[in-house]
Write a protein that binds this ligand. Structure first.
Ligand code: FAD
Ligand code: 2HG
Ligand code: ZN
Length: 489
């Protein structure tokens, strides 16, 4: 309660009793229950109570890790009857405080529901449990000459069900599209314990409402996803990565247009980062940057191509780069010569979230903005923090405010890396960032969701009728409000 003075525990939720525990023990094995009594230190539950950024921490004493869908159904039915609040949890890599309890909610972890169910190599459709780790699903698919249609830096921990619950976008959305398109079916346990089997494997199915969409991006506020049916993609035979330096943000946009036109069907990622993001990452990973940082390169772009013919793709990329450098849209560039170099170039992009988080604290804003306005947010935030005398060498709290993200999706990540979490810094940033995004007709959450962090700010992007419709849906399916309370809805 002290940690979150702005919210009160809802006393309509029951506090866990010994009878409740006895019930859970009667349906689960010892390996499926992690419990620490009311007077005990819950330190061993920190990995479940605390989020990846170490910004949010709940006080749950109980983690349930059921191994079957039927047990999840029994648990939810009981919690609903008894009015015990529940937080569904996947890999706990969420970045908006959605995956951890706020008070004493029971954590329902999907860690033990982790089997691949079926793969059809002809259609490319994978069916798996929600708790399969994304990287494990991708490795399994690679053995079958396919890939998962989503990739992100947290792949070693996040779950297939977790990425669906957040509707994660990731690094190749521009090529493979959103999960709203590639997920073909879900299996869901509703708050009353009903199991809704909607594990379809049809590309086309226009028979009424597309119910699975209700759970994709719902952040565990309506039901628990237990199974996922998803269209996967053939494994590309040739991958190239090129890292480019450009002189201003206008050139980032010019390179993007050029890449769409000239790399066309083989373009699989178009990411950008500013110089400050690279400086921060260099400090963290202690490696030599692809280009000397003394050069005045304010922006960097990572372009990936994926195709079926190496000779064809190499030629296309080289021609593209030559002409981009000739026309001075690109001022410097390198192409990975082998897989190790390719991985190293990707590191300069994928390590930014960790590099901005590990210095003490980080304020993360994940926004959609029209491309022409995308970087202006980073500039105004830097100005505001400087004006407030909060940015610079210690003891100032802010180390750097950096910008990077998925240009192909119009998605900026603004990370304000700090030496500690500070209310003073937060006050400068919020609600300013949300107001700014709203004034440009953007979205205050492009891909990470709303969670606890943005619970009070949804109206900056959604209208009153839209919010009402969401509330009505929530009330209808979760009348006792037990699913992931205190979050955005
Ligand atoms: P959790 O963090 O455990 O949970 C996320 C939300 O989903 C919570 O609300 C939780 O209650 C709910 N939930 C989880 N599992 C279920 C389920 N089975 N049923 C119902 N609800 C459930 N996101 C992007 O979009 N793009 C990126 O490129 C990206 N990169 C990242 C890189 C790093 C290093 C990190 C740490 C995070 C990144 N993210 C990114 C954030 C992203 O939201 C998560 O990594 C991922 O989507 C969450 O999956 P998870 O299994 O960890 O879910
Ligand atoms: C990414 O694109 C993720 O790397 C994380 O979405 C962004 O940490 C962030 O702000
Ligand atoms: Zn992202």
């Amino acid at each position: 309660a002290d940690a979150y003075p702005q919210v009160q525990r809802n006393n309509q939720f029951k506090k866990l009793s010994s009878d409740d525990l006895e019930y859970f023990k009667s349906i689960l094995t010892k390996q499926e229950i992690l419990y620490f009594g009311p007077d005990s230190d819950t330190k061993d539950l920190d990995p479940f109570n605390e989020d990846w950024m170490r910004k949010y921490k709940g006080q749950s004493h109980l983690v349930l890790k059921p191994k079957t869908v039927e047990k999840i159904s029994l648990i939810l039915n009981y919690c609903n009857e008894e009015k015990l609040a529940v937080v569904p949890q996947g890999g706990n890599t969420d970045l908006v405080g959605a995956s951890v309890p706020v008070f004493d909610e029971i954590i329902l972890s999907l860690n033990n529901l982790n089997k691949i169910r079926h793969f059809d190599p002809v259609s490319g459709i994978l069916k798996c449990d929600a708790g399969v780790i994304l990287e494990n699903a991708d490795n399994y698919l690679r053995e079958q000459d396919h890939i998962f249609p989503l990739d992100l830096g947290a792949k070693g921990s996040c779950h297939v069900g977790g990425v669906c619950a957040t509707n994660a976008g990731g690094l190749r959305l521009l090529r493979y599209g959103s999960l709203h398109g590639s997920v073909l079916g879900l299996e869901v346990v509703m708050p009353n314990g009903d199991i809704v089997d909607s594990m379809h494997s049809l590309r086309k199915d226009n028979t009424g409402y597309d119910l699975k969409q209700l759970f994709i991006g719902a952040e565990g506020t309506i039901g628990i996803i237990t199974g996922v049916s998803i269209l996967t993609q053939p494994k590309p035979k040739a991958i190239n990565v090129s890292f480019l330096a450009v002189k201003d943000f206008e050139s980032v946009q010019k390179v993007f247009v050029k890449a769409k036109n000239e790399l066309a069907e083989i373009l699989s990622a178009f990411e950008f980062m500013d110089k400050r993001a690279i400086q921060l990452t260099k400090k963290h990973i202690e490696k030599d940057t692809p280009f000397p940082l003394e050069e005045e390169y304010p922006f960097y772009v990572l372009i990936e191509t994926s195709g079926s013919s190496k000779i064809h793709d190499d030629e296309k990329l080289e021609t593209f780069l030559e002409s981009a450098m000739e026309s001075e849209v690109v001022v410097d560039g390198t192409i990975a010569q082998d897989n190790t170099e390719l991985q190293n170039l990707w590191k300069w992009r994928e390590m930014i979230p960790e590099s901005s988080q590990c210095q003490g604290g980080v304020y993360k804003y994940d926004v959609s903005l029209p491309l022409k306005d995308l970087y202006s947010l980073v500039e105004v935030v830097n100005e505001k923090l400087t004006e407030a005398n909060l940015l610079g060498d210690a003891p100032k709290p802010v180390i750097a405010a950096v910008g990077y993200g998925h240009i192909g999706d119009g998605n900026l990540h603004l990370n304000v890396a700090t030496r500690l979490y500070s209310k003073e810094v937060e006050k400068v940033l919020e609600p300013f960032v949300y107001e700014y995004v709203s004034s440009k007709h953007g979205s205050i959450s492009a891909e990470h969701g709303l969670g606890f962090q943005k619970k009070n700010y949804i109206s900056y992007t959604k209208s009153e009728p839209e919010i009402k419709m969401m509330r009505d849906l929530k009330k209808h399916y979760d009348p006792n409000g037990i699913m992931n309370p205190y979050k955005f809805i």
